[in-house]
Design a protein around this ligand. Structure first.
Ligand SMILES: *Cc1c(COP(=O)(O)O)cnc(C)c1O
Length: 502
């Protein structure tokens, strides 16, 4: 070795290493990136929620494969100029579209640390796995599941729901079905959810090989909760025709209006009928952390499995979906598979079985647990629960503004944090669809649109910890403004965002 002791370790190593030649220069730029991003978040209110993408920005990402190196500073400039300003906007307090979490700076920092460690959480014996196990235990505790419950991080609730369907499938058909396939018995299996359930459940049934027709969409009541009597009748009819009901998927927070099914009644029905009781609690399940919402979730502790997203109400940066399964052995039965190259030992790096790869389809997995651990540790569940409570209070405040305003009409009961309403007008669907787009393009607020009984609703889902009363007032003012312009049949022109409260 030719290097002197004063030379950096990188110089002792490979000539082709991707590490920088000059660590000080890298450090300087790295710190600037961190400062810039902290500034970006700290000043988020000063910018539009979202803005249409100019052609010049899109063009940056239609380039040929870069064969030669570029300076990191130059690449970073493309990020600051063309990526950061044109992101979804869900970190902004005016973002109320779909159900998007706001993330947090703590989660952001943790994600950076996780990328630095570059840990692979498929398995083996290292503390990052212990961190994921810690989250499993905390989640188990949150929902009052017994010891022996298991859990796993996945991308999102779509994936967690799919995994739950697969666990229920193996439970219904037995482990040999993993070799033999669904067979005749599998072709008879039927699952149940409400008409208000998220589309990913039907997709999960399709991917699991049952076909989406094997999922019965049961009617909902006035409050958008599954009609338990209708569910019971459907199960009876299916049994009478020789089918084999195996799974009920309840919603704890429907995506359209935030309805929570009667989890106590569904738990009892599933025990009685010997069905797997899964709950899609994508955003609603973490309501368990708020004293106000928790009573609405009674019965969640009786589920066989719960899917949820830490990236929604948990404010963890994307992505951080999670599946919790009451009986860890059932969970393992669905996914564990021996492989010579994944041999387990009792000592060394290959120790520490059970591994997360025994609990899902992924082998290589990132360290999603770290940003979740930092979020839970740093803020604590009480503070996260207070955010959830605040979101629900803001939804009620918005409901009050709507019912007090003759030009607006509430379109669904406000159960949690989602408010569906519209501007009263002839041609209401067209007008309100346009109002939603105008709002988004104005940068003032970004609700989304949904259809409720054939009526197009402006849908505000309040999920972001940064959202306050002023943001709700700005939303209402802008809806009225865009609605009035449309009513006056004046051409719609760009509006300036109103001055923002500090
Ligand atoms: C968001 C959501 C999903 C899908 O979750 P992803 O994390 O986007 O995959 C499923 N169900 C409900 C009720 C949701 O709100």
């Amino acid at each position: 070795m030719t290097g002197s002791s004063s030379e950096s370790p990188a110089q002792e190593g490979s000539e082709t290493s991707l590490d920088p030649k000059d660590w000080d220069e890298l450090r300087l730029l790295g710190h600037r990136m961190l400062d810039d991003m902290i500034d970006h978040i700290a000043t988020i209110r000063e910018r539009p929620v979202w803005q249409p993408i100019p052609d010049v920005a899109r063009a940056q990402f239609r380039e040929a494969l870069p064969r030669k190196s570029s300076g990191l500073g130059e690449v970073y400039r493309t990020f600051t100029d063309f990526i950061a300003p044109y992101a979804t906007g869900n970190t902004h307090p005016g973002f109320m579209g779909w159900v998007h979490g706001g993330g947090s700076v703590v989660g952001m920092l943790a994600e950076m640390l996780a990328a630095g460690l570059n840990a692979n959480l498929g398995g083996r014996d290292h503390v990052p796995i212990e961190v994921e196990r810690q989250i499993v235990e905390w989640t188990r505790e949150m929902f009052g599941f017994p010891t022996g419950a298991s859990g796993i991080f996945v991308t999102g609730t779509s994936m967690a729901n799919l995994l739950a369907v697969l666990v229920a499938r193996t439970c219904a058909l037995g482990k040999p079905s993993r070799r033999n396939g669904l067979g005749k018995a599998g072709a008879l299996l039927t699952a149940y959810t409400s008409k208000a359930a998220h589309g990913c459940i039907s997709k999960a049934m399709d991917i699991a090989g049952f076909g989406s027709d094997a999922l019965r969409s049961v009617a909902v009541d006035q409050a958008h909760r599954i009609d338990v009597a209708a569910l019971r009748a459907q199960i009876r009819r299916d049994r009478d025709t020789g089918l084999s009901p195996f799974l009920v998927v309840a919603s704890a927070g429907t995506v359209d209006v935030g309805a929570i099914d009667d989890l106590v009644a569904l738990g009892a029905l599933c025990r009685e009928e010997k069905l797997w009781f899964h709950i899609d609690g994508a955003f609603g399940a973490l309501g368990i952390l708020s004293d106000e919402v928790a009573p609405k979730l009674v019965g969640i502790e009786t589920a066989d499995s719960i899917a949820l997203d830490f990236h929604k109400w948990g404010q963890v940066p994307y992505d951080a979906g999670f599946l919790l399964v009451r009986d860890g052995e059932r969970h393992r039965d669905a996914f564990a598979a021996p492989a010579a190259y994944l041999r387990r030992e009792t000592r060394g790096l290959a120790a520490g079985s059970l591994w997360p790869c025994d609990l899902g389809p992924d082998l290589s997995r990132g360290f999603r647990a770290l940003k979740t651990w930092f979020t839970l540790k740093t803020y604590g569940t009480e503070r996260l629960g207070a955010v959830i409570k605040q979101c629900c209070e803001l939804a009620r405040y918005l409901e009050g503004r709507i019912t007090a305003e003759p030009r607006l009409e509430l379109l669904a009961p406000v159960n949690l944090n989602i408010v569906c309403f519209r501007y009263r007008s002839g041609d209401a669907n067209e007008v309100n669809g346009e109002i939603v787009i105008n709002l988004q393009e104005s940068g003032i607020a970004a609700p989304s649109a949904t259809m409720l009984d054939g009526q197009l609703a402006i849908r505000a889902a309040i999920v972001n910890h940064r959202t306050g009363i002023g943001d709700i007032d700005r939303l209402v003012a802008a809806v009225l403004e865009f609605g009035a312009r449309r009513a006056a049949e004046r051409p719609v022109v760009e509006v300036e965002a109103p001055p923002l409260a500090v």
